[in-house]
Design a protein around this ligand. Structure first.
Ligand code: NAP
Length: 472
């Protein structure tokens, strides 16, 4: 495919090969942009921001609504593309394509709802003859940088609200999975988006990222990716609005009154989807000592049953990781835990980029498989004695994206909701659950700012205050 810059589809002699992670077969190539392309894109985006700011809300709604319809009609094609470039199983590719429709549709609705409010200035001692209200206006140029693991829906979570709010957006998709973002760009243009509204630049983040995020023409950065890159972007961004959706090592707390079959089903579903490469994957299962061995017995067979293989075959439940190097890293961390006294209950084997769904028991919270972000198909099980100890263990992390608890006890559930430091808290399910309309985002080093169209449009706009100084 070509990249989309300054209103045209452009090929370059310098190309990146996009490979299917299962067998390394080539899916397509994309151009490799350089710093000159970033400069060109930024100049064009400044003009684009003016074009977009003039576009009425109704027009922005109509374009996004039409794009959602076009995406819905192409669900199978988009789902297959996602699976081919990313490695997630077909069912997950299709689900992501469906969710992306909802995200764009939800963004369309927000295009009609952007509003300010009147401010009762007469409540101020000097405000008796003043009339005030706020105006919500677009930021201007938005730089949207996305990770590999949800190559369509996470791009939609940035592009949808940015366009709904009347901005011009420059998308920089992950190098491993740029095709879905390019396809989305095509669809938005087909739906009638002015070409000034979007550019999609493919290329290495390490080579072009600094020039994009540090440029003053960018007024808003929305980034989803690793903590390390997020940290770098924050340092380079300077004075501009920034949203950071970063990683985590999400915990689940299993209390002694939990329905263990339900917990095992939930952990098998939320720990291994997309081969564990989900920022809200269940990674740490903190389990009451009273039911510890019963829980391991319930979990083992469910994880064992997850068939691995080619993600494009319907029967596969867990596909390859995005790169073999990542599977090697997971293998190394599991072996390191075993060396420190942990036990592999299920899995623990690797074949190329496929790492078998794995359960590691007796994990010490200081082991890397527990205290760092694993981002792979293994869960670490650790025992605890009381709810207070469980909350302490859950919070013993630099991250705070999502967490879950299984209990029927309201006091325990409320203690969890109040005390656990995470942006999204789930009672009687694992951390990996998201409705695309809800406010979503982390605390601590999992980032700041919220996604979900209703909340993201606030992040993609500025609030201006208008005051009428009346004589009577
Ligand atoms: P990553 O390595 O941080 O890359 C994310 C994006 O940043 C890619 O587009 C990458 O481009 C780009 N990038 C790299 N260096 C850059 C630089 N110096 N300046 C600007 N951009 C740069 O993350 P990933 O491996 O793709 O994704 C996995 C991570 O994302 C995990 O940590 C996961 O938890 C997190 N994540 C968080 C959420 C959330 O909602 N909180 C959701 C999904 C994923 P290249 O691909 O060209 O390197």
């Amino acid at each position: 495919m070509k990249l989309f810059i300054a209103g045209e589809w452009v090929a370059k002699s310098n190309k990146i090969e996009v490979k299917n992670p299962f067998d390394n077969s080539m899916v397509d190539t994309v151009p490799k942009a350089d710093a000159g392309d970033i400069d060109r894109a930024l100049s064009f985006a400044e003009t684009g921001a003016k074009v977009m700011a003039r576009l009425p809300g109704y027009e922005r709604w109509r374009i996004l609504r039409k794009a959602a319809d076009l995406m819905a009609a192409r669900n199978e094609e988009l789902g297959r593309l996602i699976s081919a470039e990313e490695g997630k199983i077909l069912a997950e590719g299709r689900l992501e394509a469906n969710r992306a429709v909802e995200t764009i549709m939800g963004s369309a609705e927000e295009a009609k709802r952007l509003h300010g409010e009147t401010v009762p200035l007469d409540g101020d001692p000097g405000g008796s003859r003043k009339l005030g209200f706020t105006l919500r206006v677009p930021c201007g140029v938005v730089a949207a940088i996305s990770p590999f693991n949800f190559p369509l829906n996470l791009v939609c979570h940035k592009v949808g609200p940015a366009l709904a709010a009347g901005n011009s957006v420059i998308v920089k998709p992950a190098t491993d999975t740029p095709l879905s973002a390019l396809r989305l760009t095509e669809i938005l243009l087909e739906a009638g988006l002015p070409p000034e509204g979007i550019q999609c630049i493919t290329g290495s983040g390490a080579e072009i990222g600094d020039a994009l995020v540090s440029d003053r023409r960018v007024r808003k950065i929305t980034f989803t990716g690793s903590r390390e890159i997020g940290d770098r972007i924050c340092r380079l961004a300077g004075i501009k609005k920034v949203t950071m959706e970063l990683g985590s090592n999400c915990p689940v707390i299993v209390m002694p009154d939990a329905d263990l079959d339900k917990v095992a089903t939930a952990v098998a579903a939320t720990g291994y989807a997309n081969a564990g490469q989900v920022c809200i994957s269940t990674q740490r299962v903190l389990t009451s000592g009273k039911i510890y061995s019963d829980f391991l017995s319930a979990l083992g067979p469910k994880v064992q049953a997850l068939a691995t293989g080619n993600q494009l075959r319907e029967e596969t439940k867990v596909g390859p990781m995005v790169r073999e190097a990542d599977a090697l890293r997971v293998e190394e961390w599991v072996q390191e835990a075993v060396g420190g006294g942990a036990r592999v209950i299920v899995g623990g084997t690797r074949s190329g980029a496929i790492y078998a769904p794995t359960v590691v028991a007796d994990v010490n919270p200081k082991m890397r498989i527990s205290c760092d972000e694993l981002f792979g198909p293994a869960v670490a099980v650790t025992p605890f004695n009381s709810i207070d100890e469980a909350v302490e263990l859950a919070n013993d992390s630099v991250y705070g994206l999502a967490a879950g608890i299984f209990t029927e006890n309201l006091e325990w559930a409320m203690k969890f909701a109040r005390r656990v430091e995470a942006g999204n808290l789930h009672i009687n399910w694992g951390p990996q659950w998201r409705a695309d309309l809800m406010p979503y985002g982390g605390v601590k080093e999992s980032g700041f700012g919220k996604e979900g169209p209703r909340y993201a449009v606030e992040e993609m706009t500025e609030l201006k205050m208008v005051v009428f100084h009346l004589s009577e």
